[in-house]
Design a protein around this ligand. Structure first.
Ligand code: URA
Length: 442
């Protein structure tokens, strides 16, 4: 087989066969096919797309470039959740313990934050002592014991994806739906779960800025999962404003703990409870969304959900006393309130602007080798639709350098825009996509 022929075929818009896709993924992973040929092929894929079958073959080849975890010793249907990344998106931190406390197994292999969005691993590692570096057997033992464990992606999981992503990043081929789908699913499927909930974020703070792109991604994630024998549901959810109150690692852990204690902002709870309900249904623990909501609500109010988080933290060597004492979490040295310069109704809180502010203070990374500051970030007190008067506190900025904090106070203020009249309620969930049904919410 010749790489030039494979490139030429894709350049002409013809679908590739399974063996051709396997050939290029294996050859590239082993270092026998050079970057320049794979770059050309990636660009041809970017321009001409891939059929569903080609995307399945690509997902399978990337997945098989490394280890596929065998979770058969865990009982029942293993469910996992993936978010395409948002600002203040701490849903996994809440949903993991919550769904686990309802009797499900959630083996979650997660990533670190890069660019303007945070990562579940960084957030959890802001808990003193918490480690996400686990062996496969420790990971499985933890899921068996607590129903939920989070571990970082190792070099053994889908190594081809790491190499391909690095090449896509420098050849302007990241934003291709089939390449994104194969990248996400290869890693998720390698983690061994049976069923998945996808939260595809759309808006200023999301990877997908436009609804059409988000819909294509959601549809293809579900389609390819189904073709690979995995049950899944995709939600398209709003990411024009940050989710919940906090943006920043330790601040988000604090908010997640509050939420598991029963005090949660409406937007965060709407998304978390909906995705949690879908996971319970996928795992066969509930027959309807109403029943699933009742089960999760009971777990929350009985204290089982927060108790599960405590056990998860203990099992991953973290200081679980943070559950009852948030002063044990890392704190930024300085904090300064942001006061509204206007009266009216909040029209927008630009998620990207808030995220960039938090990132400049050290909450996020530009490149993977950057270190993050755990305690810094922003808390948002006024959400779209809320009425404010000039001088009201709309946010608080947390940082380790006082000069930067005062600069960021102005940037955070600029993220807010106002209007004189009340607005219709903010829409949080736009679409729910399953193999057989696409529901649009108004
Ligand atoms: N997230 C991934 O894991 N892969 C992509 O290609 C894009 C987002």
């Amino acid at each position: 087989m010749f790489m030039t022929e494979i490139i030429s075929k894709k350049k002409s818009g013809l679908p590739l066969e399974e063996k051709e896709i396997q050939f290029f993924v294996n050859g590239f992973t082993e270092g026998v096919i050079p970057d320049y040929q794979v770059s050309a092929l990636l660009m041809a894929i970017y321009l001409n797309g891939m059929t569903d079958n080609e995307t399945v073959f690509l997902t399978m080849s990337i997945m098989r470039s490394g280890k596929v975890l065998n979770l058969s010793e865990l009982p029942g249907i293993k469910v996992d959740k993936h978010s395409t990344g948002g600002v203040g998106d701490k849903v996994s931190l809440i949903l993991g313990p919550l769904v686990a406390s309802c009797g499900c197994s959630i083996p979650m292999i997660s990533g670190r934050g890069l660019g303007h969005t945070g990562g579940t691993l960084d957030k959890l590692e802001s808990i003193p002592g918490f480690t996400t570096t686990l062996s496969t057997s420790e990971f499985i033992t933890n899921v068996k014991m607590n129903g939920f464990s989070v571990m970082g992606q190792t070099d053994e999981i889908a190594p081809a994806d790491k190499k391909l992503y690095a090449l896509r990043d420098v050849t302007s081929t990241v934003a291709s739906i089939p390449l994104i789908v194969a990248s996400i699913l290869s890693k998720k499927f390698a983690s061994g779960a049976d069923a998945f909930v996808f939260d595809v974020k759309v808006g200023t703070g999301a990877f997908m800025k436009e609804m059409e792109q988000a819909l294509s991604l959601g549809r293809m994630l579900v389609k390819v999962s189904s073709l690979m024998g995995k049950n899944s549901v995709a939600y398209i959810t709003d990411m024009n404003a940050p989710l919940g109150v906090s943006v920043g690692n330790a601040l988000e852990v604090e908010e997640s703990i509050e939420c598991l204690r029963g005090s949660c902002s409406e937007d965060l709870w709407t998304i978390t409870s909906s995705l949690a309900a879908e996971m319970l249904i996928l795992a066969g623990k509930a027959r309807s969304k109403t029943e699933a909501m009742e089960i999760t609500h009971a777990s929350l109010t009985s204290g089982r959900a927060i108790e599960t988080l405590r056990k998860v933290i203990d099992s991953q060597q973290g200081n679980s006393s943070v559950v009852g004492d948030n002063s044990l979490l890392p704190r930024a040295k300085y904090q300064m309130d942001v006061l509204s310069a206007e009266s009216g109704y909040v029209e927008k809180v630009d998620a990207l602007k808030i995220a960039l502010s938090a990132k400049r203070m050290g909450a996020g990374r530009e490149k993977m080798s950057d270190t993050i500051r755990k305690g810094v970030g922003v808390k948002i007190f006024m959400k779209p639709g809320e009425k404010v008067r000039k001088g009201d506190r709309i946010a608080t900025v947390y940082g380790d350098e006082s000069k930067i904090v005062s600069i960021e106070v102005d940037h955070v203020r600029e993220a807010f825009s106002f209007c004189p009249d009340p607005l219709p309620a903010r829409q949080l969930i736009y679409f729910r996509i399953t193999e057989n049904l696409e529901e649009r919410f108004q």
